[in-house]
Design a protein around this ligand. Structure first.
Ligand code: FAD
Length: 316
């Protein structure tokens, strides 16, 4: 049976959400899903991951407390050479971008990065990724190989697998005596107000909101329905909302239960970031606006008439 080796991502003792997305690859490609967990004192995490993998390979050592691509490679090498997995999968994150090319180069395996979809067609592995500055979605039929290294874009594979009760196998690790790279310090990223990628309800405003002062309208509505306000790129570029509130290809990918798009045309670069929301409702005065192609419900109308009415109704 083919094996898919997922490299778990741990930061400051916690599993990064991308790990769960990677484990979800088992829904796209047939094979045994093995999760390799490298860290220090991470046995409890291994138990959690075993719910979503057929097997968890646990490698614990003081030296693996923080990510170091050189050390990770040493820990991974033996496993990969022994198991010869069909796919070695990592997140398209700072960790994956550092480690994956190195692994591919060392093992002379083909690599495809920043993948948004994977499937098998006629016995061949087919992956999808955006090219030409995210303007085109390419479908790549990979040349035959005994294995592949892939990095997966965050937010593209829903966290759905579970109930696997995989086995946990602990392996020993002896770090090399000399290393070219060493961990110096972890610098906590500056905390920003709201993480829209975790929000259940998003009120998203586009250029149709016309002015910074009108954002208040969306904020009032958001407050009433426990939502957060996000926006399209022009709104962010105008400085009306902070950068971390941008939805889209150069912003964040979101999957809320409700995405309410107000005055957003639905450019491809925006759609990519919100198309998988559970329920999309769009209000736009242009009946031809592309946003209606992805919306579950569309209202053709003026947001400055509809939103105050909606707020009034909710107040009743
Ligand atoms: C490399 C690159 C990366 C990009 N990344 C992103 C990204 O991450 N996110 C993103 O959003 N964009 C991104 N863009 C920009 C993208 O191409 C679009 O320009 C942008 O999404 C358009 O934003 P919008 O829909 O708010 O504005 P517009 O396209 O100007 O649309 C405004 C809409 O509001 C409607 N409207 C106007 N007034 C009202 C009203 N009173 N009531 C109802 N409807 C009204 C109009 O009919 C129109 O459809 C990127 C572009 C490039 C080239």
């Amino acid at each position: 049976m083919k094996e898919i080796l997922v490299v778990a991502e741990i930061r400051q003792g916690e599993v990064r959400p991308i790990t769960y997305e990677l484990l979800n690859i088992s829904k796209c490609v047939n094979g045994k899903i093995t999760c390799i967990l490298l860290g220090n004192d991470v046995k409890e995490i291994a138990k959690e991951l075993a719910d979503k993998a057929d097997e968890v390979l646990l490698i614990q050592d003081d030296s693996l407390e923080n990510f170091n691509s050189e050390l990770y490679w040493h820990a991974l090498k033996e496993v990969i050479e022994e198991r010869k997995p069909y796919i070695v999968a990592m997140g398209h994150t700072s960790m994956g971008m550092d480690l994956a090319p190195y692994v591919a180069d060392q093992l002379d395996l083909p690599i495809v990065t920043d993948i948004v979809r994977i499937e098998e067609k006629d016995g061949r592995l087919v992956v999808h990724k955006y090219v030409y500055n995210n303007k085109l979605l390419a479908e790549l039929k990979l040349k035959e190989s005994e294995g592949y290294v892939l990095t997966i874009r965050q937010g593209e594979f829903k966290d759905e697998v579970g109930g696997k009760e995989g086995s946990i196998i602990e392996r020993s690790f002896s770090p090399p005596e000399t290393l070219k790279k060493r961990f110096i310090e972890y610098i906590e990223p500056e905390t920003v107000g709201v993480d829209i990628s975790k929000a259940d309800v998003i009120i998203s405003v586009g250029r149709g909101i016309e002015d910074e002062a009108n954002i208040e309208l969306a904020e009032e509505l958001a407050e009433m329905i426990n939502g957060v306000v996000a926006g399209s790129r022009p709104v962010i570029d105008s400085g009306w909302l902070p950068k971390e509130r941008q939805v889209g290809i150069s912003g964040k990918t979101v999957k809320p239960k409700l995405y309410l798009a107000l005055g957003i045309s639905g450019a491809f670069q925006h759609i990519v970031g919100m198309k998988d929301s559970d329920l999309i409702i769009a209000i736009n005065k242009d009946p031809e606006a592309p946003i209606f192609q992805v919306a579950h419900y569309g209202v053709v109308g003026d947001i400055f008439e509809i939103i105050p009415e909606l707020v009034d109704k909710l107040n009743q």
